[in-house]
Write a protein that binds this ligand. Structure first.
Ligand code: MG
Length: 403
């Protein structure tokens, strides 16, 4: 019994497209990610949404692939739309059959600022109603007018705004109902501009609940400006509620017989290996402790006791990824990392860039925020005697104030 979000991204958006190099509005980038990604994120982060399917135009496959982070568990394969919005939604609905959908939320990709609260309200309302959509009461006086030849319009009548609402999305239905309604609509002569109209025409009682001003659809270039302003304001608000914290880590492993070492995830041929319960990647261990330090959540030994045989020989990226997961679970993110390896041999310099690339990939962190340094201890101490390798790491993270 799944709840599925069907995001309709098949439109051509010609009203803006002419000014944006022909890119449909859902693929325009706002604040470092596409409109579609913004929209997707709201549904992906919502715990009551099980799967997300996006309906795209067949010409937009590359745009679509470049616009979304595809490593997201809820995202299913995209579906090609049809010649009209109505046909696109019908194609999308048909593609969901195998997922056993129960509730379906049909949403315009170009409404990226839908709130989680409104999604919750709609899903809840659908328990008591056949079909539910959000709407805004019309505030302005409405006129019906016909165009003249010189870009003005002649009023034909004034329409009472009483009981008039502007329909928004997501429009929410029980899957079987809306599939049947769309099937019947596809065989009729009618063309509908939203799914509530299809449901109404089919005879499903359709209920409206209050929508949100911010759940506007990006259609014109003025909407695009409004969207940019909204995102900048949201980012400012978020920044004001975020802390920057730091953490540090230190680790040592001794040399033993072998033919390679693993440092920061990179295998380096050497006349000895490092001894340890795991793969003894001293760099990743120091880094893992630095991240755990920044969120004050113990150390690597707390979470992966050396006494536990299941961690024997394990690749140390398991420890690192677990620390990052703990950070993400608190709503935090890594800002930068700085690792220092301390040894006489092996020489780190030739492998430094490979280590930076390895860490950047492991952490999904911009390589410009990833530093790997190396030093010796001038022949002094255990590293000077070539008995082992030490590593230090510092990280900074951002974390919501109340986490
Ligand atoms: Mg260690």
């Amino acid at each position: 019994m799944q709840t599925i979000a069907l995001i309709v991204a098949g439109g051509r958006g010609t009203r803006i497209a002419r000014r944006q190099d022909g890119i449909p509005k859902q693929y325009i980038t706002l604040e470092r990610q596409t409109v579609l990604q913004h929209t997707f994120d709201v549904f992906n982060d919502h715990e009551e949404i099980d799967k997300i399917c996006v309906v795209i135009h067949p010409d937009d496959v590359t745009l679509y692939q470049n616009s979304l982070n595809h490593n997201q568990g809820k995202l299913t394969s995209p579906v090609f739309g049809g010649a009209t919005r109505q046909m696109s939604v019908y194609n999308g609905l048909q593609s969901l059959t195998d997922m056993g959908p129960y509730k379906v939320l049909i949403h315009d990709a170009a409404r990226p600022f839908i709130s989680a609260q409104l999604i919750s309200n709609l899903i809840k309302a659908l328990d008591a109603h056949k079909a539910v959509l959000p709407g805004l009461a019309v505030k302005d006086t409405l006129k019906r007018a016909k165009p003249t030849t010189n870009a003005t319009f002649i009023i034909e009548e004034t329409i009472s705004r009483e009981n008039l609402w502007q329909a928004q999305t997501p429009q929410c239905f029980h899957y079987d109902d809306i599939l049947k309604a769309h099937e019947a609509a596809s065989l009729s002569e009618h063309t509908f501009t939203d799914d509530a109209s299809v449901a109404e025409w089919y005879g499903l009682e359709t209920t409206l609940i209050p929508g949100e001003d911010t759940n506007f659809k990006i259609t014109t270039s003025e909407d695009l400006t409004r969207a940019k302003n909204y995102l900048q304001q949201t980012r400012t608000d978020k920044n004001m509620q975020t802390l920057t914290l730091t953490g540090s880590g230190f680790d040592v492993h001794r040399f033993t017989d072998g033919d390679h070492v693993i440092l920061c995830g990179v295998k380096i041929p050497y006349s000895q290996s490092l001894q340890g319960h795991s793969d003894a990647d001293v760099g990743l261990h120091a880094l893992t402790d630095a991240i755990l330090g920044a969120i004050a959540d113990g150390d690597i030994g707390t979470h992966f006791p050396p006494s536990d045989p299941q961690w024997k020989g394990v690749s140390s990226d398991v420890f690192l990824k677990d620390a990052v997961k703990k950070l993400h679970e608190r709503g935090g993110s890594l800002q930068n990392i700085d690792v220092t390896l301390i040894c006489e041999y092996p020489k780190i310099g030739p492998h430094r860039e490979a280590m930076r690339a390895s860490l950047s990939e492991l952490l999904n962190l911009d390589i410009r925020r990833v530093s790997v340094k190396a030093t010796t201890t001038e022949g002094l101490g255990f590293t000077g005697r070539k008995e082992g390798i030490a590593a230090m790491a510092s990280v900074s993270i951002s974390l919501p104030v109340d986490n």
